[in-house]
Design a protein around this ligand. Structure first.
Ligand code: 5MM
Length: 340
């Protein structure tokens, strides 16, 4: 199959009117925080057990079309010896891989961050592809302050995302491009909208410069919300503002926008996704999710390291996946939280 045909096939398999992507690509440091929060030691075995529990959830493939793995997970097997990537594929869930290698301060731009991992990316992608990965993900992180992101931060981060995406497409791997504008802080909705507009504009400008085929990528942005210390906006306000800025900056050729949850509660993220999809007639893209915390938090709390609670954890996980699938169609309402 040609590289183009491979990309096209993966996009066709991942763009689904009722399903979304599970972000299970927490690096060991992040996973350690998540596990310790529910009283579980972060050992390789606990991480393997938890992720194989998620992926073996019955009917997962009805609501989830892709899963983003961390490198460690690609080589792990479930209790029966099946590779977790094969377990996912057997449920109709396409395996993908996070390929950025963490972040640090951006020199020359105090307060801005930059992500590492371009060196040797082609070789790593070839290896991940041979292990079953068909798409990849790279995250750049943008804190908001009165003076961040700077112009340098906007251009340097956009350049990284575009270079990564171009390498992926050369290898027949669909890139998920994730510019995460952080929810941390007390900034207003207006300021969040202003920053997201600058970020998305810079990202698409860089993608164009690097010849990235927009038809063969997925955008994973933040929703436009006020900072978490500034109070909440209603789902209608989040949806209106997010779509206003997306329409100004994201070309119609992009097939799907899969939002991150970014510290929203599971219920908020679902309600916001639902409000976005209630306005679908006004958008050229699929509006879906690639949630990490908002899909996993209830499952992780239900499990809390007790293998006897496997079924309860899977039910909690499937409930969030199912409610987000309803939100994909604009068919979710909060009373379904009680009954689902
Ligand atoms: C699951 O967490 C991902 C990896 O984070 P680290 O590199 O910090 O370990 C992260 O990129 C995630 O995919 C996105 O932030 C979306 O997850 P949320 O929880 O924001 O929906």
């Amino acid at each position: 199959m040609s590289t183009d045909a491979e990309l096209q096939q993966t996009i066709a398999d991942m763009i689904d009117a009722e399903r979304g992507i599970l972000a299970a690509d927490e690096s060991t440091g992040t996973m350690t925080k998540r596990l310790e929060a529910v009283g579980v030691e972060s050992t390789e075995e606990n991480r393997r057990w938890y992720r194989s529990m998620l992926l073996s959830t019955p009917e997962l493939g009805k609501y989830i079309c892709g899963v983003i793995f961390y490198e460690e997970t690609l080589g792990q097997r479930d209790d029966r010896g099946t590779l977790l990537s094969e377990l996912a594929a057997s449920q109709g869930v396409i395996p993908g891989i996070k390929v950025d290698q963490g972040k640090g301060p951006l020199p020359g731009a105090p307060g801005d961050m930059i992500t590492y991992g371009l060196d040797g990316l082609g070789d790593r992608l070839a290896r991940y592809k041979s292990q079953g990965a068909r798409f990849a993900k790279w995250r750049e992180v943008y804190p908001i302050s009165d003076h961040n992101p700077t112009l340098l931060g906007l251009t340097a981060n956009a350049e990284m995302l575009a270079r990564y995406a171009a390498v992926c497409q050369d290898m027949g791997i669909v890139p998920i491009v994730e510019p995460e504008v952080l929810i941390d802080g007390s900034h207003s909705m207006d300021r969040a909208a202003e920053v997201n507009e600058q970020v998305w504009h810079a990202v698409f400008h860089a993608l164009h410069r690097h010849g990235v085929a927009l038809e063969h990528m997925i955008l994973k942005p933040s929703m436009v919300t006020p900072g978490k210390e500034a109070g909440k906006a209603s789902p209608d306000d989040v949806a209106d503002r997010t779509l206003q800025v997306l329409r100004r900056t994201v070309p119609a050729a992009v097939p799907s926008i899969n939002f991150l949850s970014g510290g929203q509660t599971p219920e908020e993220a679902t309600a916001n996704l639902n409000a976005l999809n209630s306005r679908r007639d006004r958008t050229p893209w699929q509006l879906s999710m690639s949630f990490g915390r908002a899909l996993q938090e209830p499952a992780m709390s239900a499990w809390a390291g007790n293998p006897q609670r496997r079924e309860q954890a899977q039910q909690a996980f499937l409930k969030r996946a199912r409610l987000n699938s309803l939100a994909r169609r604009g068919a979710y309402s909060d009373d379904q939280e009680m009954t689902a």
